[in-house]
Design a binder for this molecule. Structure first.
Ligand code: FES
Ligand SMILES: [Fe+2]
Length: 348
């Protein structure tokens, strides 16, 4: 299974949490191997420019804000928010090539999305619906982790929840029965849907700290992983026998998870997430407890994925063995490879 060397470009990537780009601040972040500088113009709109001066490649993030412009603090070129150079010390003529690339950006529900491909194809209606990140009916805490691993190892993890019983035995997962379930997997154009139900079992360990029921519960995880790596997940638990599988969510603990995996380089990734609860929304102890459980769980994911990446680095071409549980991740990898191949073919 290759970890790939190309990235999808004509797609929206999550680049940052809104709060990471302060009104007068600058954020340097690399996405798909492109060094980028994020800042806000006078109206508060996010601007994304190549973080590489067109003169001699100094990062503009080491420069300074001058009103609506950015000055490179190596030899003093000044750039406006469209990336055009508007001043060069010691010469009046500004060559047309004196510019840095500006990228389409959309800020929506506390996430800043960037389009790394052809600007004329950047259609905001293609951005997945992550409204639960910023919605009065839901409560959650913004999360971010930097990963020293290829982004597809992270989406692999998200597409196969059999790992919940083992990686998250005492946190998010619990019963080994969970790994024994065969999820329903379907492909929908640019996403893979996974539906998993565990009927009549104990609540997951993390959930026992958030809500109690007298008996067993039915647990569900129903989610889409959308290109290039955005997870949208409806999950929860409700008392067994009250009809959750049929759609009656009585006395349920419901969650909605939004997660985005954004490649930084072939070998490193950004991971943005918010797990929101839709019950007890005014109980801040539930929000805090959930935050801690999610972080503990995601640290467990990182431990196993970094260890896996280390072994892969030693022998990248050694074979893996496909299992039935790989259905969803194999589908998603095929989808990514196909989309990248189509993009490349369109450029030739
Ligand atoms: S590298 Fe930016 S002005 Fe020279
Ligand atoms: Fe996990």
């Amino acid at each position: 299974m290759s970890t790939g060397t190309a990235f999808l470009k004509n797609t929206w990537y999550v680049a940052a949490w809104s709060h990471e780009i302060a009104a007068n601040g600058m954020l340097a972040r690399t996405i798909t191997r492109a060094p980028l500088l994020f800042w806000r113009d006078g109206a508060g709109e996010v601007v994304a420019l190549d973080d590489r001066c067109c003169h001699r490649a100094a990062p503009l993030s080491k420069g300074r804000r001058e009103g609506e412009n950015i000055r490179c603090m190596y030899h003093g070129l000044l750039f406006d928010k469209t990336g055009k150079c508007v001043e060069i010390p010691s010469q009046e003529f500004i060559p047309p090539a004196a510019k840095v690339r500006a990228y389409p950006v959309v800020e929506r529900f506390k996430w800043v999305w960037i389009w790394m491909g052809d600007a004329d194809k950047a259609d905001p209606s293609l951005i997945p619906d992550t409204h639960t990140v910023d919605d009065a009916q839901w409560r959650g805490t913004p999360g971010y982790l930097h990963y020293d691993a290829n982004y597809l190892l992270i989406t692999d993890n998200l597409l196969d929840f059999s790992h919940l019983s083992y990686v998250h035995e005492t946190t998010l997962g619990g019963s080994a029965k969970y790994a024994g379930i065969r999820p329903k997997v379907t492909r929908n154009g640019r996403s893979v849907r996974v539906e998993r139900w565990l009927i009549d079992d104990e609540p997951a360990p993390f959930l026992r700290k958030l809500k109690t029921w007298p008996g067993n519960v039915d647990r569900w995880n129903i989610y889409d992983v959308v290109l290039p790596g955005v997870l949208l997940m409806d999950s929860g638990s409700a008392p067994t026998g009250t009809g959750a599988p049929q759609g009656d969510r009585v006395d349920a603990a419901q969650f909605f998870g939004c997660q985005a995996v954004t490649p930084e380089t072939e070998r490193t990734s950004h991971y943005f997430f918010q797990q929101s609860h839709g019950f007890a929304i005014d109980d801040s102890s539930v929000t805090e407890n959930l935050r801690q459980s999610v972080l503990a769980g995601f640290q467990e994911d990182m431990d196993i994925i970094l260890a896996q990446q280390h072994i892969l680095d030693l022998a990248p071409d050694a074979p893996m063995l496909a299992m039935r549980m790989d259905t969803a991740l194999a589908s998603f990898r095929t989808m990514v490879e196909k989309a990248i191949a189509e993009e490349r073919a369109a450029c030739e």
